[in-house]
Design a protein around this ligand. Structure first.
Ligand code: AMP
Ligand code: GLY
Length: 427
């Protein structure tokens, strides 16, 4: 066992709150710090007012704290090279280098890596002109999938049967990737990678659309649950062998080894799992139920991955039962968001053992908790099974309120696994 160490979490959202809670449970983590963090995280972490996008400032804070591990939560700082700055300062950082983070930073790059590694994914074409887009739409056919090549927080993708809508979206982007539509339920698999090897976490499912039944525009994610009882028993092994390991080998072979979380967004099609997207960090809210069930220590796992010695720690272990997370979003989300609306009801839930209020877009204002973003809070519950966890999560949701709050009522509802895939077709 290593000596106890301090962990510093970078970011402000629900993912970072869930990471801070799990790190605080690890006996080897002596203190949890966060920059800049959020009001919910303040209950388990010391907050520091440091810009998460500024690598030099993050590295300086980590050095001042004598942190043994920095965990960079969101993609934007990773794509901007914040992990490089921390690593250069001699501190272990969980999160890929700028070069490896391109796997998420550029959809075209990620497709090129998948092709070179032989990873099963949707056929695609990068386009820069309207004529190229039109030709690609005709070749792949409806439903149309048009993705902004740049980072867009999960909102740069339009999946539609309407050709005019597909063209209109492409016209708003510099460069787009047009793809073949993958039909099937979606799965999020998070692989903790140390540059050459990886351990999978238990899979989760994320509900991406704003409205029930998988309707309306894509969001960053409106809820999630884990485990997924409907998947084939060998799904994780298949994905590790056909997707994760070949991708790690490809990136290592290019001299840009991937250390961090490789988020594999999959569609379970009739011909097997195929990759919808790679992200270079944990998914939010999809990581929330996964971390609620994690029994083995998170800090030691992420530190070993950051230091290229994953084989020295035990593979992640999960508790029996299930966890469900339901997001409450502010008025106007996902097109806009509403700030300053007073949130009530979170304090009562803080006392429930099986329920956590995960903060995402909240702020303190004159002694009140107020909205400060699109996704505001999530209620996460663990239970004997999905139905039990779901009931507890929705009971929690019912006790929280703020003006204009929106949430889906069908997170983790029957029929499990099929709703979102169908929803994309209908949209
Ligand atoms: P992305 O940002 O690539 O994750 O895309 C956001 C969402 O759009 C995904 O979670 C899917 O629901 C949907 N999507 C993206 N690509 C495809 C595809 N090729 N086929 C079907 N749905 C897709
Ligand atoms: N929930 C989807 C994501 O984090 O990209």
């Amino acid at each position: 066992m290593d000596t106890p160490f301090k962990a510093l979490v970078i970011g402000t959202g629900g993912r970072e709150h869930a990471l801070a809670l799990a790190l605080a449970r690890d006996p080897q983590v002596s203190e949890v710090h966060a920059a800049p963090g959020n009001p919910g995280m303040a209950q388990v972490a010391t907050l520091h007012d440091v810009d998460p996008m500024n690598g030099a400032d993050v590295a300086a804070l980590a050095t001042k704290l004598d942190a043994g591990l920095v965990v960079v939560g969101p993609e934007a700082p990773l794509v901007a090279g914040v992990a490089d700055a921390v690593t250069d300062a001699g501190i272990s950082c969980f999160g890929p280098s700028l070069a490896a983070a391109r796997i998420e930073g550029s959809k075209a790059f990620s497709k090129e890596v998948m092709a070179a590694a032989g990873v099963p994914t949707a056929g695609s074409r990068a386009c820069t002109t309207a004529a190229e887009v039109e030709a690609a739409l005709d070749d792949f056919g409806a439903p149309y999938v048009v993705k902004d090549d740049a980072l867009a927080a999960g909102k740069g993708v339009v999946v539609t049967a309407d050709r005019a809508e597909a063209l209109a979206h492409a016209a708003t982007c510099d460069r787009v990737v047009v793809e073949e539509f993958l039909d099937g339920p979606e799965v999020s698999l998070f692989a903790v990678c140390d540059g050459s090897t990886a351990y999978p976490l238990q899979p989760a499912q994320d509900f991406k659309r704003i409205f029930d039944g998988g309707r309306g525009p894509n969001t960053g994610g409106m809820g999630a649950y884990s485990p997924l009882p409907w998947t084939e028993p060998d799904l994780v092994e298949t994905v590790m062998t056909t997707v994760v390991q070949p991708t790690l080998d490809e990136l290592a072979g290019r001299g840009t080894p991937f250390r961090g979380c490789l988020y594999v967004g999959l569609s379970i099609t009739k011909t097997g799992p195929r990759v919808i997207e790679f992200n270079c960090r944990f998914g939010d809210p999809d990581i929330q139920p996964v971390l609620a069930l994690l029994e083995s220590p998170l800090g030691s796992l992420l530190k070993a991955a950051a230091e290229g010695r994953l084989g020295e720690v035990e593979p992640p272990r999960f508790a029996a039962g299930a966890a469900v997370t339901v997001v409450l979003a502010s008025k106007g989300y996902p097109e806009s968001s509403s700030k300053g609306d007073v949130i009530i009801g979170t304090e009562t839930l803080d006392k429930e053992l099986d329920v956590d209020v995960i903060h995402a877009g909240t702020a303190g204002q004159g002694g009140s908790l107020v909205t400060a973003g699109g996704r505001v809070v999530a209620v996460r519950a663990v239970g004997r099974d999905i139905a039990d966890a779901r009931a507890k999560a929705y009971e929690g949701v019912a006790s929280i309120s703020f003006p204009g709050a929106q949430h889906r009522t069908d997170i983790a509802a029957e029929p499990l696994g099929v709703v979102e895939g169908r929803g994309a077709t209908e949209a």
